[in-house]
Design a protein around this ligand. Sequence first.
Ligand code: SAM
Length: 271
Amino acid sequence: MSKNSHLGHQARKRFGQNFLHDQAIISQIVDAINPEPGENLVEIGPGLGALTEPVIERAGDISVVELDRDLAHRLRHHPFLAKHLTIYEQDALKFDFTSICKADKPLKIFGNLPYNISTPLIFHLLSFRDAVKDMHFMLQKEVVERMAAGPNSKTYGRLSIMTQYQCQVIPVMEIGPEAFQPPPKVDSAIVRLVPHKEIANPVKKLSALNQVCLTAFNQRRKTIRNSFKKLIDVDAIESLGIDASLRPENISLDQYIALANYLVDHQSNDQ
Ligand code: SAM
């Protein structure tokens, strides 16, 4: 049997398949998710069911989104899991999560995510935050560090700002490559994301916050004054109480919100 085969399935690199096989780690992850009966649970990439099965044992029926046709087929015919699953054989990047959101039951989303698409997938999932109670994801440790980073650190950037604006970010545990089959080349970590019920300092347009982050972090070593030359002049930056000689990693979330709101107020309508 090939070293990349697990439970008779040949792991597919293009689908980011690294299957969890360490039962102690699996239990700790399920404890962190804390699934309860009656909750509206949805798993991204159930694979061979390592997390799916213990979650169903605790919470009952769940929905899953799985892109790999063979794995979706296996789940559909699984002797225990099949009757507890609603299977969406689809790309999670394109999946409309509001389609499975019931009015009084916000979604609890979880998954050991395919690392090759984790950042776009996180951005896609954040767009459904109003329908979400919480999310638990296995990601590359480095991605969790970037999500949770505050200003004045090397890992602080667009992912930190866009995630923290929308959610509380709680790193839960770190996991080494040996918990997976095949083992990934990087360390992993579980993160809990809890969407803010209310945003204390709301931005007028989320796309403007994204735009200022892209502008700032496109060249991390440039000062804000230089990066924003074409977008916001230095006097305007200073009028917002921001020292324009700082670098993007020294600017706080609230300051990025101020820059984004300035842009919304001063950009022409066609931009
Ligand atoms: N949950 C399983 C586990 O922990 O052992 C498998 C995790 S594996 C890292 C990622 C899973 O996501 C695989 O089952 C893979 O087929 C699936 N997947 C990959 N890309 C996907 C996509 N775009 N949409 C939905 N599922 C995807």
